[in-house]
Design a protein around this ligand. Sequence first.
Ligand code: ATP
Length: 408
Amino acid sequence: MAKSNASENQNGIVYSQANDADQEEESKSLSGAIGRLEEENKNIAAALARLEQESAILRELFNNANNELNNLKKPSLLVADVVSIHGDKATIKLPNGNKFYCYIAQQVKDLKPGDAALVDQKSLNIVERFESNDNFEVEKFVIVDKPKESWDSIGGLSNAIIEVKEVIELPLKKPHLFEEVGIKPPKGILLYGPPGTGKTLLAKAVAQSTGATFIEVVGSELVQKFIGEGAKLVKDIFNLARRKAPSIIFIDEIDALAARRIETGTSGEREVSRTFMQLLAEIDGFKHLDNVKIVGATNRLDILDSAIIRPGRLDRLVEVGLPDEDGRLEILKVHTLNMNLKRVKLKEVAAGMGDFSGAEIQSVCTEAGYFAIRQERSFVTQEDFVKAVEKVAMGVYEDDSAEEGLFG
Ligand code: ATP
């Protein structure tokens, strides 16, 4: 009995040993499976995190697109100036000059005359005050620079240089001379003459010689690009010039603003004349010895409104004409200064040029350089110049037909 128990026991032990081995095996494979599941779980968690991230990005994109779509569907609002306030109503002025009496929405608080406001296109009621108009950054719209061009970079134009020095340079450099003698220097100068004759160059050179800030504005851009803002821009440009004084405001194509016009009454006309009026008001508004000078430039003196050249305004008129043969030679010398020339007779080149402007003479030099480069030469010959003159002349004649009649 005891043996059988023992054997049973023994069997039991044998059985339990086999059972343990199985269990161990099973537990091993289970822990392997758990390990794999954990690994898989980790991978799934990582994939889930990635998908969640992706879904957040897609949601964001969707929201943005949706917002953009909603914004695009909204009617745009007009920007108008508030002229006067009458309780919950106001008089507003639209950019085209028309005035309207309209209702101010309740949420618009503290609106004052002179503010800019956003108005509904259909009803013209004020729905918002327009804040960003206050910090309209004029510097983004004009070129503000400290030019490097010196008097030496100008060929010929000796009379024009003398005038510009007298009117702009002297009062900026030695204002006491004018105070002692008791005269008022002109506030500005008007340079007139054909395109490419060095008007911009003169203005830059005087800014350079006086260390003044050079503020360049193009008349046609002022009236075309900034519809409704022209007058404000003029005001801001003069304020900028005062802040950056000593400064020179160079108004190229001033005829686009200051041309004599027959009042047609169109909104475009009114816009240009408002901008012009503002320009005159600004010129009148500063003192003769303020450190701000104005240089206007035009190719069309014949169409200018006399108001701009009245005494006290741009009353010194200086012609910047096409150079004569000596002038052309001077300009050639300036532009060939750094060129590698071989036996080039500049005098002959200047004589063969006809009525070339300074800009065209500069083109001749560049073209002559190209003829040398094309032949893989590092120096420029007389022949290159002859060919360059011919090439530029072909362009000249085309231009001439376009400009016919302007300068006889
Ligand atoms: P636009 O009426 O078309 O504005 P502009 O009279 O102002 O012309 P600039 O812009 O001064 O002419 O000249 C154009 C280029 O031609 C200058 O950058 C310069 O290289 C050259 N140039 C013109 N005139 C002269 C000159 N007298 N001396 C040297 N370079 C000149």
